[in-house]
Design a protein around this ligand. Structure first.
Ligand code: DLL
Length: 426
């Protein structure tokens, strides 16, 4: 086992050396960055030298918008995807024909890892378009030989009709949209056993273990976490296996490291915890070296009972730029979700609102279930108290809680927007 891992890491090192040379030769900005760091390609002899390379960030990509970091002539580019950001300048990611093929292969592997085969019917309810979710899973499922239903996101009643009538076995969408589907199914008095769903591949946003339980119950399937980001290809970078003990990342395509918040303590050995940093090993149109994701997680090369020898990252608990600082306390939205989703009477939707009066104020708007809403007022009061108490225990911070009736919080079709930080407008 240890010997096999050493072999894998050696071949990762070889691909890294090749990729560094390729980037130096074809991307003037990389050459400049490496020169500034006092490096030449021959200084990178293997995996052990990766820490010498400078980091790449989203800001670098935006600065070179739209074509500045492309390594191939534009003639060889067959596709662009893009992720929108809060700053208004999108990140544009190009693909060659080979990049598209490899991306399809990664998503095929992900689907195989969760037990899907050519016999499955895969409903892709991620958005199609510049967002990578729809087309990424679509290509992967087709490559697997499964039957794809490209519904894209939205039109929930039609999605449910298709799920039922066409006997969809595998659903791919954001976890918040999966919850919404289950909510609408329930409110239409449909039973889960009218569906043929076996599994769901949910990702593109953080979600908690308690949310997993709700989705699994609401849709009658096994829920798997899938990870990826546009800058690396899109979905397909990592996926849970049936052990649900982290997400395998494909070692022949990516080197994953964790770094501390200053980027000092780096770790590729599998003990690390911190921000994930990825290096692509096979991309042609836009390879990335040491890309800082801002996603917080851990990595391990420990043996997994599923037999896959690809290292695992932990479920993403949040992003370093997601962290709210409220009266000096660090608060991750995922901590709040974990508390809420555990409580009976709490619905599937909530919003976190931060405002500033004299001091920062944290307010959670929580939708309650239909059942508790029609109960006595004392039930609602005790639920509100319980939420406040548990959040105080978790965060050491007093939080205002507003319970709202079912249907009050806007439903997402793609990624949910759960945090509203009004302090940013001041
Ligand atoms: O969200 C790609 C994707 C599509 C992944 C469909 C999975 C399924 P971006 O729009 O560029 O790409 O957003 C990337 O989303 O840095 C994370 O912060 C977050 N993210 C993606 N997957 C997960 C996940 C797609 N499983 C950003 N858990 C990443 C938590 C996730 N966060």
């Amino acid at each position: 086992m240890q010997k096999k891992i050493e072999e894998i890491r050696k071949s990762q090192g070889k691909l890294l050396v090749k990729n560094v040379k390729y980037s130096w030769d074809n991307i003037p900005y990389y050459k400049q960055k490496m020169k500034e760091a006092g490096l030449k390609p021959e200084d990178i002899k293997g995996l052990e030298d990766i820490h010498k390379l400078p980091f790449l960030s989203k800001a670098d990509l935006r600065y070179h918008y739209p074509y500045g970091l492309i390594a191939t002539p534009l003639d060889n580019v067959v596709r662009f995807h893009s992720s929108s950001g809060t700053t208004g300048i999108p990140t544009v990611v190009p693909y060659t024909k080979r990049d598209i093929e490899l991306w399809a292969e990664l998503n095929k592997r992900c689907l195989e890892t969760v037990g899907a085969t050519h016999k499955d019917i895969v409903q892709v309810s991620y958005g199609y378009g510049l967002f990578t979710g729809g087309l990424g899973l679509h290509y992967g499922a087709e490559r697997l030989g499964a039957a794809v239903i490209p519904t894209s996101s939205g039109n929930t009643m039609r999605q449910i009709k298709i799920l039922k009538d066409m006997k969809t076995t595998t659903l791919a969408c954001t976890p918040s949209y999966a919850l919404m589907l289950s909510e609408v199914i329930k409110s239409n008095e449909m039973k889960v056993d009218e569906l043929s769903l076996k599994r769901g591949v949910f990702g593109a946003e953080p979600w908690s273990e308690n949310m997993r339980k709700r989705i699994e119950k609401g849709l009658g399937l096994e829920a798997f976490d899938i990870y990826g980001l546009t800058e690396l290809c899109g979905p397909g970078v990592g996926i849970e296996c049936s052990e649900h003990n982290g997400l395998h990342t494909w070692s022949d395509h990516f080197i994953v490291e964790t770094i501390d918040k200053d980027g000092n303590k780096t770790d590729v050995d599998g003990e690390g915890k911190g921000e994930l940093v990825f290096t692509t090993l096979q991309r042609e149109a836009m390879p990335v070296l040491r890309y800082r994701t801002k996603d917080l997680s851990w990595i391990t090369w420990e043996e997994c009972a599923c037999g896959l020898l690809h290292p695992r990252i932990g479920r993403i608990t949040g992003r370093s730029d997601d962290m709210l600082i409220v009266r000096g306390v660090n608060v991750f939205p995922s901590q709040i979700e974990e508390v809420l989703m555990e409580l009976k009477g709490v619905g599937d939707h909530y919003q976190i609102i931060v405002d500033r009066d004299i001091l920062d104020k944290l307010m959670i708007k929580v939708e309650v279930t239909n059942e508790i809403f029609s109960d006595s007022i004392s039930e609602l009061i005790s639920l509100e108290k319980e939420i406040k108490k548990r959040l105080f225990e978790m965060l050491s911070l007093s939080v205002d809680v507003e319970l709202v009736e079912p249907g009050q919080i806007p439903r997402p079709e793609g990624k949910a927007k759960r945090v509203i930080d009004l302090r940013k407008d001041m």
